[in-house]
Design a protein around this ligand. Structure first.
Ligand code: NAD
Ligand code: SER
Length: 312
């Protein structure tokens, strides 16, 4: 069996995706890689800077890799601090992987897009798959350009590239890496550690979110769906839960009655205001059978249980 390589494996998604792939394929068929040292149990680990195209090719050829999951990127908030580097990393990294697929050195690519491809002129409720897309962040611009390039490589060179526009992802295994939706993870840590949280978004800021277990299932379902089912080669809308800071705080209070939240919006408020409040993912449902499992109540139970164990 050809192996699967996860690039950016130490991050929020990679930490769970490597585990999910190892469960499905066997640890011996998965390779984790990152620019930083990492530990993924029985899974082989390689240090790799995605901007080093030669080393990427060497790792792939030496290890008989067939599928690449490219997760290395700068996220929305961090990218705003260093826009030109964010553009370089997010785009060159993608080209390095797409070109290996173009020359048939690998067979299949997963590349994540984001709700950040949408902008202030997009309809914000139940945002459709195909609509106005005028992103205002460098992160959103890089994701939108990436989507166009994925579709181009598929149409022009037959590359089997698959993608999801992830909403904000919520998990406890690894901390998030600098996104606008990170508050919805930090709030659980602070609730358990301090009983209070100062939120950088306003109380009524609705954003599309998803529990990580659902996101990993969606990723693996998409990658193992029959090729003829994949009708969209830019990126699929994917919906989970939509909630505001005040709603997640109310849910936490059911478990920690003294928990309190305050609001001090910063630059991330403008980013959140430019993104959808909820997503229409009917194409993912129709094409490859997507259905989420977690709602705000069940996600909160899992987050608090998992974090209590982690923070012991
Ligand atoms: P993250 O920041 O948690 O992890 C990124 C990982 O990439 C880190 O471990 C980092 O060390 C590594 N990395 C950075 N530069 C690298 C380089 N040059 N070479 C190799 N590795 C490098 O990010 P994440 O949340 O896991 O996101 C992964 C992907 O999913 C990104 O493309 C992101 O845009 C996308 N995404 C994430 C979310 C979310 O809510 N987490 C939502 C939508 C889309
Ligand atoms: N969670 C991501 C971010 O906030 C969305 O792509 O940047």
């Amino acid at each position: 069996m050809k192996k699967s390589l996860v690039i950016g494996a130490n991050g929020q998604i990679g930490s769970d995706l490597v585990f999910g792939l190892a469960n499905r394929l066997g640890a011996e068929n998965v390779i984790a890689s990152d620019i930083r040292e990492g530990n993924h149990g029985e899974v082989q680990f390689e240090i790799l800077d995605i901007l080093d195209a030669e080393k990427l090719k060497q790792i792939i050829e030496k290890n008989n890799v067939g599928t690449v999951y490219l997760l290395a990127a700068l996220l929305s908030a961090t990218a705003e601090q260093n826009p030109m580097f964010a553009w370089k990393l997010n785009m060159e990294g993608l080209f390095n992987v797409l070109d290996l697929a173009k020359y048939k050195i690998i067979d299949k690519v997963f590349w994540p897009s984001s709700i950040a491809v949408f902008g202030p002129t997009t309809p914000r409720d139940n945002t459709p798959q195909t609509t106005v897309m005028e992103p205002t962040t460098v992160y959103g611009i890089s994701k939108q350009a990436g989507e166009r390039w994925c579709e181009y490589y598929h149409n022009k060179y037959g590359v089997d590239v698959r993608s999801i526009r992830y909403p904000g992802l919520i998990s406890y295994k690894a901390e998030p890496g600098g996104g606008t939706t990170d508050y919805a993870v930090a709030i659980y840590y602070k609730a358990l550690q301090e009983g209070k949280y100062e939120c950088y978004l306003q109380n009524d800021t609705y954003l599309p979110m998803m529990y990580m277990e659902d996101a990993i299932k969606a990723t693996i379902d998409l990658m193992y769906a029959d090729e003829d089912k994949i009708k969209i080669r830019s990126s699929y809308n994917l919906a989970g839960i939509s909630f505001s800071p005040v709603e997640i705080a109310e849910e936490i209070k059911k478990h920690i009655p003294d928990f309190s939240i305050s609001y001090t919006p910063d630059f991330r408020q403008a980013i959140a205001n430019s993104w959808p409040k909820s997503i229409d993912d009917s194409r993912a449902q129709e094409d490859w059978g997507w259905k989420e499992k977690y709602d705000l109540t069940s996600m909160t139970e899992e987050m608090l249980k998992g974090l209590k164990e982690k923070l012991k």
